[in-house]
Design a protein around this ligand. Structure first.
Ligand SMILES: [Zn+2]
Ligand SMILES: [Zn+2]
Length: 361
């Protein structure tokens, strides 16, 4: 089967033939229907996050189950599924507390196998986020899979396990936004648009979308933004004006220290800054400490929407099928695997909300 392989940072990916080893007893083999291009993969391409090579990137995929291991219950060949990188054990303290996205004992393949079922001429090819979605097929742990309701389109479903989950979950579970609140969202890519949508679902009264790109600001209005503000210089002042003194919540979805600082300045007293966007590894959070203390601000992080994804993905899918969740405009481009490098160029140029690779099944 074909996969896009990254041999080193700063190089284009190449489409090559690889084999899969498995499924092992707790694993599921999936024929990929669609796979989203996310900024997190780009951190490996750009070298901002370290990685082992060669590697198959891609961590938001959907598809059809081809085979299940002997210990897998509740899934069968033919099932339509979405994947999520938050694999979990189910029995550690964090899982028992209901926070399986923070699992302390992730069920990785045992050493010396470096947790990847992908092989090329017998040599290991690494699998990004335990998924490796930029391939025609993949093998994942059963805890990386969520079954979809009947009728859920697979290209839309590919975005459920990352952009949709991370965005909506950070609002509803991470921040616990209350009805009537004021919310500012800084960065309106695939995740940010879902933060906007999450705020709408949570009943926020005012949702201000901030982005440098006018097309993304316009898209944010489709997802529920009540006001839009151009990012950069002057954004803080404008948000303070619009909110008459500051927002209850500011979501930073860029992963930039400068934007994190701005987000902090946009809050009212006792407001909450939610850090959602992944920064470069090694980058520090910096904000005016005196402001945080004297205004009693809270700074909180949210990983993968802070939700148990296997329970939540079918719920979100049902909301979409009921017409209550906006997901179609998230996909700006449908591309083929061979066009993956161009897809990333467009993502980095800010031209796309989300590109999705679709495969012929
Ligand atoms: Zn992602
Ligand atoms: Zn666990």
């Amino acid at each position: 089967m074909k996969a896009a392989i990254l041999h080193a940072a700063h190089e284009p990916m190449t489409i090559e033939i690889v084999e899969l080893d498995g499924p092992r007893p707790e694993e599921v083999r999936i024929r990929v229907a669609a796979s989203g291009l996310c900024h997190s993969d780009y951190h490996i391409i750009s070298g901002d996050l370290g990685s082992a090579f060669p590697i198959v990137l891609g961590h938001e995929a959907s598809g059809i189950v081809e085979a299940v291991g002997s210990d897998v219950r509740g899934l069968a060949p033919g099932d339509r599924v979405a994947t999520c990188s938050s694999i979990f054990c189910g029995h550690c303290g964090d899982c028992q507390d209901g926070h399986n996205h923070l699992c302390s004992d992730k069920p990785l393949r045992a050493a010396p196998d470096p947790s990847s079922p992908i092989r090329q001429k017998g040599e290991v090819v690494h699998q990004f986020c335990n998924i490796g979605g930029f391939a025609e097929e993949l093998i994942v742990h059963r805890s990386a899979v969520s079954k979809l309701p009947e009728g859920m389109p697979l290209d839309i479903a590919a975005l459920m396990g990352c952009a949709v989950l991370t965005g909506i979950g950070s609002v509803t579970e991470g921040a616990g936004v209350k009805p009537g609140s004021t919310v500012v969202v800084l960065g309106c890519g695939g995740v940010g648009l879902n933060v906007v949508q999450g705020a709408r679902l949570a009943g926020a009264a005012q949702i201000i979308a901030v982005d440098l790109n006018p097309a993304k600001r316009a898209l944010a209005q489709t997802f529920g933004a009540t006001d839009v503000v151009e990012g950069g210089e002057g954004a803080v002042e404008r948000v303070l004006e619009l909110t008459k003194g500051g927002a209850d919540y500011a979501f930073e979805v860029v992963g930039s220290t400068a934007v994190q600082r701005q987000a902090c300045m946009m809050l009212r007293k006792r407001g909450t800054l939610m850090l959602v966007g992944l920064p470069k590894s090694g980058s520090d959070f910096s904000a005016p400490a005196l402001l945080i203390i004297t205004r009693e601000l809270r700074v909180v992080g949210s990983l993968m929407g802070s939700v148990p994804f296997q329970r939540v993905i079918p719920q979100y899918a049902q909301l979409y099928l009921d017409g209550r969740l906006t997901l179609d405009p998230l996909i700006s481009h449908r591309i083929k695997l061979k066009d993956i490098n161009t897809g990333y160029e467009q993502l980095i140029a800010g031209e796309t909300a989300r590109s999705v690779i679709t495969f012929d099944l």
